[in-house]
Ligand binder design. Sequence first.
Ligand SMILES: NC(=O)c1ccc[n+]([C@@H]2O[C@H](COP(=O)([O-])OP(=O)(O)OC[C@H]3O[C@@H](n4cnc5c(N)ncnc54)[C@H](OP(=O)(O)O)[C@@H]3O)[C@@H](O)[C@H]2O)c1
Length: 316
Amino acid sequence: MREVTLAGLGATTSCLGFGCASLGSRVSEALSVRALARAHAHGVRWFDVAPAYGAGAAEPILGAFLQGRRADVQICTKVGLLPPAQSAPVHLVRSLLRPAVALARPLRAAIRWSGTTANLRVPLTPDLLRNSLDRSLNRLRTDYVDVYALHNADPDDLKRDDILRTFEDLLASGKVRTVGVAADAAAARAALACGTPFGLVQFAQPQGADDLAAVVRAAGVGCVTHTVFGVAGQLARLTARLKANDALQARLVDAGYGGTPEEAAAALLMARALACNPAGVVLASMASERSLLRNLAFANSPPDPAAIALCNAIGL
Ligand SMILES: NC(=O)c1ccc[n+]([C@@H]2O[C@H](COP(=O)([O-])OP(=O)(O)OC[C@H]3O[C@@H](n4cnc5c(N)ncnc54)[C@H](OP(=O)(O)O)[C@@H]3O)[C@@H](O)[C@H]2O)c1
């Protein structure tokens, strides 16, 4: 696994990070533990989690898995979103439906649409920042996190004195190694404008703004990116284009992205993400062995700027 030393944190970690958003919700606890073990065995050392992830189950699952491994991994957790309240019967029904949901995209969409998976935004206060951290540390079974980030923060919150002072206290306490913002490109730019105490920003790799990671790096701040395959269907769209266009597929094969159209599309998107953020961490959900192995194929080699040029050339 290629390693990176994250500016703003100073820790060396893997360039590929494990996104824990589905642990305990879309992915059962048993499969989650297997996926974490597989990724760790292949050198993944960065784990991105939040109190809201996995409908509240991700932090405890990750915490249990990391017992005895804490010293050689980095954890980012967050504050500001809570999982939806789930009654015991709803929890049971969702667990029973999990295998069917995994197979049926319309069922997944219907569950999202029903609102039962929507996270709740919590107003940020100094007490929330302190208490949420203590609860996360308890669930993660550790006494510090590498990054404590504002989850989907409003850029205006980054300028609040009470928030900044509380973060300074948490850094001084040793419970937090650095403070971050995990939201979008606008919040990332707002964090850069604030400077201290924000040592890390996390955002979806924005289309048409491939240089944001470089701006972050130049500011001496750590950079974590996600949404490589596009929640809005970027992977599906590129796959469909390749299926419909033999010349385009041949062009990708010539550039080293072979296999089925879907494999070639996923490979190019991951190669671009790693090239756009060459000194940072790229997150992916890797519940399946297939996803992990595909992503490792690129995370094990130096980032290739030609992937960015190819994406631009084909209008991605
Ligand atoms: N505001 C925030 O801070 C924020 C927002 C969004 C995401 N995140 C973080 O980023 C992580 C990743 O989220 P994401 O939205 O970027 O999800 P993602 O990694 O794009 O994953 C979405 C789907 O893509 C699949 N996948 C992964 N690698 C693949 C490959 N090489 N080929 C084909 N399919 C592949 C995954 O499969 P399997 O998992 O089933 O193997 C998953 O079903 C989250 O878990 C979370 O930690 C943070």
